[in-house]
Write a protein that binds this ligand. Structure first.
Ligand code: SF4
Length: 465
């Protein structure tokens, strides 16, 4: 029987070339892998050159205004290109299609296709209709189907794979467009996820990252009708053969349960790393953001995680310049960062998003202030990341070798279980192997070292005997 997740996709007669550009998060990147897979089995050939494409698809993000502006800039360019090449088909798919809908036609009347993330499975069929009829298409339904997640995937790596476990979000944080762009939470059945991961393990994949806007609220129904929660899912995935590492992203702080902490602590394949966005260190701002936790509750989760899993890597997102954010609120955020000493953070200046409740608030922080706060926050984190990395000097870490560095071919590159990038002298045949690297040099972003042979290197980082 053909493996439904096979990457060596069957080739049919070429019907045209497509160029697919992705904006935004890992969910979008993985959706694009599936879209490329679906188009591949229908006979489309992928090209990296938009000039030779018959079909241009932009898989878009609406989380920040900047990402949307980049898409609008490209559409301006494609408008001119369509005048020269009347056969060219251009489509906007994903979050921006869902949020903007007909408004995209008001700006770009010649745009051929607008299709939201709830209807990705229909994309090949809608393209075929469009080719025959020439009529432009808008699809914005959230279809209650997992068909898309059963479709083939043209993955970016043959070692590391993304696996979606839940889509959508029910949280409605006041600044966030995701619940409007991606709809309410829908969990995939655990049996399907396990089957996909088993298939990946059999084909040589070593690491999986489970994806969802909020993986912690995963509740999938198994074949017997029982509900499986996220720690339960991790427990079922841990024994899958071939897979060495399990990661997941993103976790909402309010949903980090004792069972999840125990799963990270006890399941040997689950990496000691968690991304749980704080967004702000000020209770006043957290309330306005409708995050559902206070600063103290966030710090309590941090303590519980660090107590149960010594050395766990912590990552977070922050928004600066939220409406009404005072210097004091911002100082509370900096304090939180100093206290937690995150391994990584992703920080952004606030921009109002359509449909969200925060869009009704006065966006009163001047752009120059937002930018200065962002720079200050990032500089603080760079100094913390550097110190965290320097603490690893002389230690031995386990690295999954991802391959040879493109820029410096004498270097191999990989990541620790905590997700930190490591570089070391390259030797042929290392790709896909777990190796032990003694750290000799550290920057804020990367570690450098030499390969050595020892047992259980991560034990050193986790402070075990
Ligand atoms: S938890 Fe909040 S920030 Fe995250 S996707 Fe849902 S609404 Fe957006």
């Amino acid at each position: 029987m053909k493996d439904p997740h096979a990457d060596n996709l069957p080739k049919s007669v070429p019907i045209g070339r497509f160029y697919l550009r992705t904006f935004g998060c890992q969910m979008n990147q993985h959706d694009s892998e599936r879209i490329a897979g679906m188009l591949g089995v229908r006979g489309w050939q992928r090209t990296g050159d938009e000039k030779e494409a018959d079909l241009i698809l932009l898989n878009t993000c609406s989380v920040r205004r900047h990402a949307e502006e980049r898409v609008l800039g490209r559409l301006d360019r494609y408008r001119r290109e369509k005048k020269k090449r009347s056969q060219l088909i251009v489509g906007v798919i994903g979050c921006m299609a869902q949020v903007w809908k007909e408004k995209l036609w008001e700006r770009f009347p010649k745009l051929d296709l607008i299709l939201g993330p709830g209807s990705f499975a229909r994309l090949p069929e809608e393209l075929e209709k469009l080719f025959f009829s020439g009529d432009r298409v808008l699809i914005d339904r959230f279809e209650d189907t997992d068909e898309f997640f059963r479709s083939p995937s043209s993955r970016r790596s043959n070692l590391q794979a993304w696996v979606t476990v839940i889509r959508g979000c029910n949280n409605f944080c006041s600044y966030c467009v995701v619940p409007y762009a991606r709809g309410r939470e829908v969990s995939r059945p655990p049996g399907e996820i396990i089957e996909e991961v088993r298939s990946l393990g059999e084909r040589g994949y070593k690491e999986i990252t489970l994806l969802g806007q909020n993986v912690n609220s995963y509740r999938g129904e198994d074949r017997g009708g029982d509900l499986v929660d996220f720690p339960g899912l991790l427990g079922r995935l841990n024994p899958v053969g071939g897979i060495e590492r399990i990661r997941f992203v993103t976790s909402h702080p309010k949903d980090i349960s004792p069972a999840l902490i125990a799963a990270i602590a006890e399941l040997e394949k689950v990496c000691e790393s968690i991304h749980f966005p704080a967004q702000s260190g000020s209770d006043i701002i957290l309330k306005k953001m409708r995050r559902g936790y206070t600063r103290d509750e966030y710090l309590k989760r941090v303590q519980e995680l660090q107590l149960a899993i010594p050395g766990i890597a912590l990552a977070s997102d922050f928004i600066v310049g939220f409406p009404g954010e005072t210097e004091e609120d911002f100082a509370r955020t900096l304090d939180l960062i100093r206290e937690v000493r995150f391994d990584r953070i992703f920080a952004f200046a606030y921009s109002p998003r359509p449909k969200t409740t925060a869009a009704d608030l006065d966006d009163d922080i001047p752009p120059a202030v937002k930018s200065a706060r962002l720079q200050e926050l990032l500089a603080l984190q760079r100094s913390i990341s550097l110190e965290n990395n320097q603490n690893l000097l002389g230690q031995v870490v386990e690295v999954l070798v991802e391959g040879r560095n493109r820029k410096f071919p004498d270097r191999g590159e990989g990541r620790t279980r905590s997700g930190q990038a490591v570089f070391f002298p390259w030797k042929e045949g290392m790709e896909g192997r777990l190796v032990n690297v003694r750290i000799e040099r550290a920057t804020d972003l990367s570690l450098f070292g030499s390969i050595i042979f020892s047992r259980r290197p991560e034990a050193l980082i986790r402070g075990e005997k």
